[in-house]
Design a protein around this ligand. Structure first.
Ligand SMILES: [Zn+2]
Length: 101
């Protein structure tokens, strides 16, 4: 799958960028979402599958923050579980609902 570099959500234009090395050196997180400036950073030292999982995880932070659900937004295990299923769907999806190629 392609990880987006830009997308629009909740009336903001978000950017997805590589996590600066100095941030990665001082943080074990695979990704960080900055709500104030609509930016998601993803570690560069992850493999493709990990990067894909991370973007789904960070997008959930965007969604739950926008919904004002900080109770859900801080539940990292929940976000990992949901993003894991989303990633599985993305990796295994086939076909076209309308039968066109
Ligand atoms: Zn998280």
């Amino acid at each position: 799958m392609k990880i987006p570099t830009k997308f629009k959500a909740v009336n903001l234009e978000w950017s997805v960028v590589d996590m600066p090395q100095e941030i990665a050196d001082n943080n074990s997180a695979w990704g960080i979402t900055y709500y104030d400036n609509a930016r998601i950073e993803i570690r560069v030292d992850l493999n493709t599958s990990q990067r894909e999982h991370t973007i789904f995880h960070e997008l959930l932070h965007v969604i739950f923050n926008a919904l004002g659900r900080d109770d859900l937004n801080k539940d990292e295990a929940l976000l990992d579980a949901i993003s894991g299923v989303q990633h599985q769907i993305e990796q295994t999806k086939r076909g076209n609902l309308h039968g066109k190629k």
